[in-house]
Design a protein around this ligand. Structure first.
Ligand SMILES: Cc1cc2nc3c(=O)[nH]c(=O)nc-3n(C[C@H](O)[C@H](O)[C@H](O)COP(=O)(O)OP(=O)(O)OC[C@H]3O[C@@H](n4cnc5c(N)ncnc54)[C@H](O)[C@@H]3O)c2cc1C
Length: 469
């Protein structure tokens, strides 16, 4: 039996890899990755630079892992829908094995590839692995998908059984002779016109495994309190590994559960359930990547104001936490979760700008950009998502800063103009007395682009008028 194992960008590992395990048990294995122009055309790649950097590093690491096991990752170019069936036929494979994607465009691609392979008599087997349970497998007693996280999480605790991760193969059979000369070299980041950003975490299964060990041995034991602090490294920083599948979520769940059964472990696993929920949610309602979860938000009168948009993206709103988030995003392709919530809420509620624009900006600049998680986060923050959080609760960016960055170190790091300002004023520099500003030698920093109280009222009035139509 000859199997084509198609690695797809969200499963870039050799551990806990269902298609690889099954292929090895069946006989000959051809590990394949497609350099699809959808991502790898230079203009597309440049628009997703942080993710491309991580993707290429993860692929390089995968190439090395597969080589150590005795085989080679074969790289081909072209649209997956065309080239997977073409190569499968040319190499006379008996089956194609891959992990399923949950995004609507991935499902569409699966279907088209399945049909093309089917017409050639080649079975296409899709494996679970992106989530702890297959998306769409949990429903309420009435058979409907859950629209509130707490109910989903309760059902998961009740019914969800997370299976054990699969062992990594000890070795792979060498490539069949007629495939041995095929394949392209992995492109370099510079070939795609992208300069490497050293502040972005290193991609790949090797680094992910190290991050996992580090978190389990040192971060997990303080996670519950530390996770909300923007000034601390209190979270796992594993989001990009989960997105690219350089770490399987099942492995992470198992490792954390085995390490501790305390509150920290429980709170951390609850965060993994948010990820789970986001993927189930998108599976049930694929239209949500372009539409609000709450239909009442359809046609919301978002404003179009380029000056406000520029200020938000460049970190010049005059609200230090919002600005730190914008600059962290551009600096290291990551933003602390609390800062994401404050910045996203500020864009939608204080500035009344369309949250989908912010969502696209995050997709372009985050190294951990993930369609399901990002969409859930943005819809939640804009007030139109699937949460019990009411739309009329509006974050005060100054109070959020004082609470979750009490000494101002997060702001000091990303907004260095304010570095010398005492903690008392660092989240509201526009209110600091001139004497304090002069004594601290604060560099020019913008005045708030909107007044917090006025912006809050404007959103409430606008939303009320819209929702009462
Ligand atoms: C506006 C907005 C946009 C977001 N965009 C993304 C995104 O593109 N990709 C992404 O992975 N996460 C996104 N999140 C969720 C969350 O901010 C990140 O997962 C988290 O900050 C990643 O850091 P970490 O791995 O250290 O998290 P940890 O606190 O260590 O959490 C562990 C894991 O749980 C999952 N998780 C944690 N919080 C959430 C959440 N609220 N929703 C879904 N999964 C969660 C992630 O996979 C994360 O890696 C977004 C949140 C908001 C508010």
């Amino acid at each position: 039996m000859r199997s084509l194992v198609w690695f797809r960008g969200k499963d870039l590992r050799v551990a806990d890899h269902g298609p690889l395990v099954e292929a090895v048990a069946a006989g000959e294995v051809i590990p394949l990755f497609v350099l699809d122009p959808y991502f790898f055309a230079p203009e597309r790649a440049r628009a997703l630079a942080p993710r491309m950097q991580v993707l290429l590093e993860a692929l390089e690491d995968l190439e090395q892992a597969i080589a150590r096991l005795g085989s080679r990752l074969v790289l081909v170019t072209g649209r997956s829908v065309d080239v997977v069936p073409q190569w499968a036929a040319r190499w006379k494979v008996d089956q194609v094995l891959a992990h399923r994607w949950s995004e609507p465009f991935g499902r569409d691609r699966d279907e088209r590839i399945g049909q093309a392979l089917g017409s050639q008599g080649i079975p296409f087997h899709l494996f679970e692995g992106e989530t702890l349970l297959p998306p769409g497998s949990l429903h309420s007693a009435s058979g409907n998908p859950f629209s509130v996280f707490t109910a989903f999480a309760r059902a998961f605790q009740r019914e969800g059984e997370v299976s054990a991760p699969l062992p990594r193969p000890r070795h792979l059979p060498p490539l069949p002779a007629e495939v041995a000369g095929e394949g392209l070299p992995l492109p370099k980041l510079l070939d795609l016109g992208i300069a490497r950003n050293p502040s972005i975490q290193q991609g790949g299964e090797t680094s992910a495994t190290k991050r996992l060990q580090e978190f389990v041995f040192s971060g997990l034991s303080s996670y519950r309190q530390a996770r909300d602090r923007m000034d601390r490294e209190g979270t796992s920083r594993l989001s990009m590994d989960l997105h690219f599948g350089t770490l399987s979520v099942r492995t992470l769940w198992r490792r954390v559960s085995e390490q501790a059964a305390d509150d920290h472990s429980r709170v951390f696993r609850n965060e993994l359930l948010w990820r789970e929920f986001a993927h189930h949610w998108l599976w049930e309602r694929p239209e949500l990547l372009s539409q609000p979860f709450r239909a009442s938000f359809q046609g919301f009168p978002w404003r179009a104001d380029e000056k406000l948009w520029q200020a938000w993206t460049e970190g010049r709103t005059g609200y230090p936490v919002v600005d730190a988030a914008a600059r962290q995003l551009l600096g290291e392709g990551f933003v602390h979760n609390r800062a994401r919530m404050v910045a996203a809420s500020f864009l939608a509620k204080h500035l009344l700008l369309d949250f989908r624009r912010g969502e696209a900006h995050y997709l372009a600049h985050l190294a951990d950009a993930d369609w399901a998680n990002n969409d859930l986060g943005w819809q939640w923050s804009a007030g139109c998502g699937c949460d019990a959080q009411p739309w009329f609760r509006i974050f005060n960016p100054m109070l959020q800063g004082e609470r979750f960055d009490p000494d101002g170190d997060y702001v000091r790091r990303w907004v260095p103009e304010l570095a010398s300002l005492p903690a008392r004023w660092i989240h509201k520099p526009h209110l600091a007395p001139a004497g304090v500003l002069n004594a601290a030698g604060v560099e020019p920093y913008p005045q708030p682009i909107v007044d917090h109280a006025e912006a809050r009222n404007r959103f409430l009035q606008t939303a009320k008028a819209h929702l009462q139509r």
